[in-house]
Design a protein around this ligand. Sequence first.
Ligand SMILES: [Fe+2]
Length: 408
Amino acid sequence: MSPSPPTESSSSAAAQLAARYRAVRAHTESLAAPLSAEDQALQSMPDASPAKWHQAHTTWFFETLVLGARLPGYQPFDPRFQYLFNSYYEALGPRHPRPHRGLLSRPALSEIQAYRRHVDAAMLDLLGTNPQDLTLIELGLQHEQQHQELLLTDILHAFSCNPLLPAYDSAAPQPCPPLEMQWLPHPGGQVEIGHAGPGFAFDNESPRHTVLLPAYEIANRLVTCGEFADFIADGGYQRPALWLSDGWALVQANSWQHPAYWLAPGDPRAPSDGWQVFGLHGVRPLDRHAPVMQLSFYEAAAYADWAGARLPTEFEWEAAHGLPGMAQLSDQAWQWTRSAYHPYPGFKPMAGAVGEYNGKFMVGQLILRGGSLATPAGHARKSYRNFFPPAARWQFSGLRLAREPSSP
Ligand SMILES: [Fe+2]
């Protein structure tokens, strides 16, 4: 059966997607541009990947899942890259072990950049033929945007391991204006949760379904560095009663005394009388009004307990999204929730190899909602579900408090 002839509207959708393809791919390269080839080869821990690998893997996604299947006569840039840059897709064959991505000094960065150009040319050729199924290409772009944030979180972790504490961006950050803390009431009841369309969403945001919520209150803004410093000063990291058992074990085993990228007064790497925080702009004096981040779930939960509150569930977070006064939803830090990463009722993974994208990770992780200062513009949405294991603390992850209603 021959494909149906292109229509004017499908041709314009393909042209729009081609423009978006160019913009997303260029943004990845602009994020990598401040980094040297040595920076881009670093892998500071098994959970983090080199910047070079992120650029290659996002390209592999298009080459393997789109071009190999849909562009007749496509010649791979280098067939060996199939093995090197597969992340976790069992259906697509064996792969280089994740903890050893930092050993890939070859192919050189310049070869990865040539790989990107090769795949870009073929992708734009494909988009010029007005292909029928644009959803998979959009998925590839959304995937690349996720890796754009990971590129930043991973290089920041690598830099945090360097005693010189290099700045990714040496410009001074914008100070955070103070924002008064307010409790916003939500009446609860039956709420609709999940992607309502139109537009793109990942499979884990569906099906949309009804959830019954008791009444609750939620904070209008995120917990600040100043508030978290008060928790530390009050012995927060020394009081087991505030902590979940697994979290307390981590505090003991790793001698956690503060969020991952905080420098205590007198830290020999950057001597100072006060707290400092390492971030994309290097080491900076603690900004009391800035949202706290680089927290594990356990630290977020302990803080909430200390503050006489709790973390919201992911459903409470989503239902509160449109409340008047809700601030810092997706532009500062991802917000840990008290919800495990489970499939929604009736969840079905996408068909084919991309069915491995989300569904197989739905155990042992917790949901974060919102978005961060490193999330690409336009990528986050109300129904977006981010997820990490509870001990992860190298992401831009903070918290927003919730509690039961203060009066009936
Ligand atoms: Fe990926």
